[in-house]
Design a protein around this ligand. Structure first.
Ligand code: ATP
Ligand code: SF4
Ligand code: MG
Length: 372
């Protein structure tokens, strides 16, 4: 097996609050190879951002703490690194793109200063080289008249353009992994599509490993090769993207699929929420965390928590955390199409999925972004 770029094992991140301990990320494990793309999907509060922030050791301490587990990036244990080593991987090896670019851009410095300084510091470029590269990067992410705009301040750019600048900044130090956390939620739909396209194309071109975090299964479908569905601080279903849309198994995933608006309705439609509320992560239900909202539940679901295990009659790496989908379970042979109802939107999404590039093969060497 090829060496993984990222290996997360049994990650537990908690927040110690006055009301109790919030089990925000509760035993999450996954791997990512160089150049691979992964979507993490789930409703608000399920632990997506805390997972991403944990990878970069950006959890505020206190109240937060990574209490258990390991994160190995490029062979090094992130949780054992000292502060200097962690700073070295942030922005340099792992770049993060947030929903609000202003959380990463400094409002009082020009774009040129912000990107060039990072290039001078991390890639040891001299001033003129760094400026030239900054303009190239702004060009690459589609900033018109990059040569002129490079000396502007962040507030002189529109929201979509600021997000492009953020992407340029993320790419500037040739990261091995880009973490994008709801990168387009604050933008209007047309701009969202453009930014997602840009991210997809750049991740493909540079063969950068890429984790996209979103609450919308429809968004992630055409972007990443694999999808992990999260619920209540845990991964509840994982599969490659084609498999997840061809053979979704977990009732919570069905709920997410039901809630995707059709492509032609996306402009006006909001996601249809799944009935009921996500679990309280201070005192989560003792059995399956989705049990209080699940129409397929049985007694065992309330009594005992299911493990994330392979599903019979599914691809080998397709796993779910559900009693109903385990060997002999009552949902193994259920036809999800009947349960989800209107599957037209899923058929549309499958066409996007069909255009995804193949998984990288072991030994594939991505081109250096500086060569482009
Ligand atoms: N600083 C904090 N203090 C206390 N609890 C926190 C803190 N940050 C996050 N949490 C809790 O951790 C849980 C997971 O939060 P997280 O931000 O990861 O959710 P998310 O899946 O990213 O949601 P969203 O889609 O709304 O961004 C939530 O219950 C949240 O309230
Ligand atoms: S374990 Fe039970 S309650 Fe949980 S999703 Fe599966 S069927 Fe529903
Ligand atoms: Mg979040």
């Amino acid at each position: 097996m090829a060496q993984q770029l990222l290996e997360v094992k049994d990650l537990h991140t908690q927040f110690f609050t006055r009301d109790g301990v919030v089990h925000a990320v509760d035993g999450v494990s996954f791997e990512l190879a160089a150049g691979e793309t992964l979507g993490i999907v789930g409703e608000s509060g399920c632990g997506k951002s805390v997972t991403a922030l944990s990878l970069m050791r950006l959890i505020p301490i206190p109240p937060g703490k990574i209490v258990k587990g390991s994160i190995v990036f490029d062979g090094a244990d992130v949780l054992k690194m000292d502060d200097d080593e962690v700073r070295g991987i942030r922005g340099n090896n792992i770049a993060m793109i947030f929903q609000d670019p202003m959380t990463s851009l400094n409002p009082v410095l020009t774009i040129s200063r912000q990107i060039s300084e990072a290039l001078e510091l991390h890639l040891k470029m001299d001033k003129s080289e760094a400026r030239k590269r900054t303009i190239e990067l702004l060009d690459l992410v589609g900033i018109p008249s990059a040569k002129k705009r490079v000396d502007d301040y962040p507030h002189q750019f529109s929201g979509g353009m600021r997000q492009r600048v953020m992407i340029a900044m993320a790419l500037s130090c040739n990261p091995k992994l880009i973490l994008a956390d709801e990168p387009t939620t604050a933008l209007d739909v047309t701009i969202q599509a453009q930014i997602l396209d840009l991210l997809k194309n750049l991740a493909r071109e540079f063969r950068t490993a890429f984790i996209l975090i979103t609450h919308d299964l429809g968004v992630v479908a055409g972007m990443t090769q694999r999808i992990h569905v999260m619920y209540g601080g845990k991964i509840v279903e994982k599969a490659d993207t084609g498999e997840l849309f061809a053979n979704p198994k977990m009732p919570y995933t069905w709920g997410l699929l039901r809630s995707i608006p059709r492509l032609d309705e996306r402009r006006k439609a909001k996601l249809l929420p799944i009935e009921g509320l996500p679990p309280d992560l201070i005192a989560p239900p003792p059995g399956c965390r989705f049990e209080p909202r699940c129409q397929y539940r049985r007694d065992v679901c309330r009594e005992k928590e299911p493990e994330l295990v392979h599903i019979p009659n599914a691809k080998p790496d397709h796993e779910a955390r559900c009693w109903g989908t385990q060997e002999g379970g009552w949902l193994v042979d259920t036809d999800w199409r009947k349960e989800v109802g209107d599957t037209r939107v899923i058929e549309e999404i499958k066409q996007e999925v069909a255009q995804l590039p193949p998984e990288p093969k072991p030994g594939d060497v991505p081109p250096s972004p500086t060569a482009i």
